[in-house]
Write a new protein. Structure first.
Lengths: 191, 335
């Protein structure tokens, strides 16, 4: 067991499951809040807003699940590292913990830039941790790039049921990018 | 003692920072809430008619605009107040004088000044708001000479300018602003199918609101739509090139209008930005009025400071605006 793996094990032992779950919940909620106004752009009714927001948080959690599964499979079958699924999950949650500040994404003008920086920070953190626990820097970079590709594919496949569920909760087919809504904006002249 | 002083300064700075971030976070909710239909719905009568002026407004509001009845209106001019505005009825003396002069110089034009541009639903600060009483107090203080408190109004409006300049929220805000302008035009019997030109003048932060809203109007109106930015703090709004013409009037001594350069799309290095495309095509032009400040004494709207040729600063500004309005808007084909 490498020194970093030992430190990771100590971290989990010291703070326990609860800390990881709290961190995951805070990060997910923060990401959802940061994107919350997208629901208003979609004209989601007030009565459905909170649950739609929670569904966004669940979708983010699921995307972390995709990361976890992908990294676990690579660690297990390619690098043959002695890491459990739980340990990988902790690594992913810790790596994405900068996104606890993702609620700042709601800020006008500066918000998008802040969120991009937070994602960059998370990516770098994941790169550093994976590189340190036995993936090597090159391997970690490939895992990171591969993970992004897998996530894109997962959005059209694995995560679709969750998107469908969120649409049901929101009561309409949500468009998930502002630009998709903005491109259809036309002024209705008063009669 | 020194430690205590540092602590006080540190916590005061922290409170100011947190308050600013909170204010910034809340800023998009009005326009996005309007868009989503949560409040001030598009079919809400409150959003359709201009709000009745509050008591304090009726004392200080600009003189009611009255389009000339004897002759047909040959031009519509919509004025969007500067960043110090707080209600749909003008209460800033410098701007009121500008409008009086514009009406004198453009007798056949209909000049509309009943818009509070920093709200997607034309909702002034002093009425129908949770903090209306607070804003009435601030406005009262400002009008009675306590300008420092009046800065709160500027800050509120500045945050709305940022919302308008945001690529995500801006188009929704601008839809609201365009809707409000269209409602006011309708009230002044503007023929939406006709060819009577429309000019939107935006002063200071109103300039950004004007360039945000004008493209939506230009898309649906057959008439030419022109924007005159008087010292506007402008971003490179993506749809800016839907406007038939944008004339940016600025001064070398005006440090506030230069704040527009915080928007990267305005930088010359952003070669493909909408702003730079507009400049290259001739759709966006600038006019320099040297030696004037952004506001107050010595500003574009000062009638007590004079040029060498005997005209006041206000005279020169009015002459420049009238010349732009009187010049036929050049037709520039879409790229």
């Amino acid at each position: 067991m490498t020194e970093l793996q030992q430190q990771l094990k100590d971290l989990i032992d010291a703070y326990g499951v609860a800390a990881i779950i709290i961190s995951l919940s805070l990060t997910s909620l923060s990401v959802a809040v940061g994107q919350g106004l997208l629901l208003l752009a979609n004209q989601v009714k007030a009565s459905r807003f909170v649950f739609s927001l929670l569904a966004s948080a669940v979708i983010f959690m699921a995307s972390l699940g995709v990361w976890t599964a992908m990294i676990y499979l690579v660690a297990e079958y390619y690098f043959q590292l002695p890491l459990t699924l739980w340990q990988i999950f902790v690594i992913v949650v810790v790596s994405f913990s900068p996104l606890t500040q993702a609620y700042l994404g709601i800020l006008p003008y500066f918000g998008s830039c802040i969120v991009r920086l937070l994602y960059l920070q998370s990516g770098l953190l994941l790169l550093l941790i994976l590189g340190g626990i036995g993936f090597g820097w090159k391997g970690a970079l490939w895992v990171l790039l591969g993970g992004l590709a897998v996530l894109v594919v997962a959005r059209f496949t694995l995560l679709q049921p969750l998107y469908w569920l969120q649409n049901r909760i929101a009561g309409k087919q949500l468009r998930r990018r502002y630009q998709a809504i903005i491109s259809d904006l036309r002024l209705d002249l008063p009669s | 003692m020194i430690n205590l002083l540092f602590d006080v300064i540190y916590y005061a700075a922290l409170i100011v920072l947190i308050s600013l971030v909170a204010a910034l976070a809340v800023a998009p909710f009005e326009s996005m809430g309007w868009w989503s239909g949560w409040w001030l719905r598009k079919d809400d009568p409150a959003a359709k008619s201009p709000p009745a002026p509050a008591e304090i407004e009726s004392v200080h509001s600009a003189q009611a605009h009255a389009p000339p009845a004897a002759q047909p209106v040959d031009h519509y001019v919509v004025y969007l107040t500067g960043i110090g505005g707080s209600t749909a009825h003008l209460n800033i003396p410098y701007e009121k004088r500008l409008l009086v002069r514009l009406r004198e110089q453009l007798p056949t034009a209909c000049v509309i000044d009943t818009i509070y541009p920093y709200s997607a639903a034309n909702r002034g600060l002093t009425k129908d708001r949770l903090f209306a009483r607070f804003w009435r107090f601030i406005l009262h203080e400002k009008l009675t000479g306590h300008d420092k408190l009046g800065f709160m109004i500027n800050l509120h409006n500045l945050l709305q300018v940022l919302v308008c300049a945001d690529n995500r929220y801006g188009p929704f805000f601008s839809q609201g602003a365009a809707h409000v302008i269209a409602q006011q035009l309708r009230q002044e019997k503007y023929d939406f199918t006709g060819r009577v030109p429309l000019t939107i003048i935006g002063y200071s932060g109103g300039g950004q609101i004007a360039v945000g809203a004008a493209p939506y109007l230009a898309e649906v109106l057959p008439a030419p739509v022109q924007v005159i930015s008087l010292a506007g703090v402008l971003s490179s709004t993506p749809k800016i090139n839907r406007i038939d013409q944008l004339v940016h009037i600025y001064s070398d001594k005006d440090t506030v209008q230069r704040l527009g350069m915080i928007f990267p799309g305005r930088w010359r290095i952003a070669f493909t930005s909408a702003w730079n495309q507009g400049r290259r095509s001739g759709r966006i032009t600038s006019i320099l009025l040297p030696g004037v400040k952004h506001d107050g004494a010595g500003s574009y709207l000062d009638e007590k400071s004079f040029l060498d040729d005997g005209r006041s600063y206000l005279d020169r500004t009015v002459d420049t605006i009238v010349e732009v309005i009187d010049t036929e808007t050049p037709h520039i084909p879409d790229a």
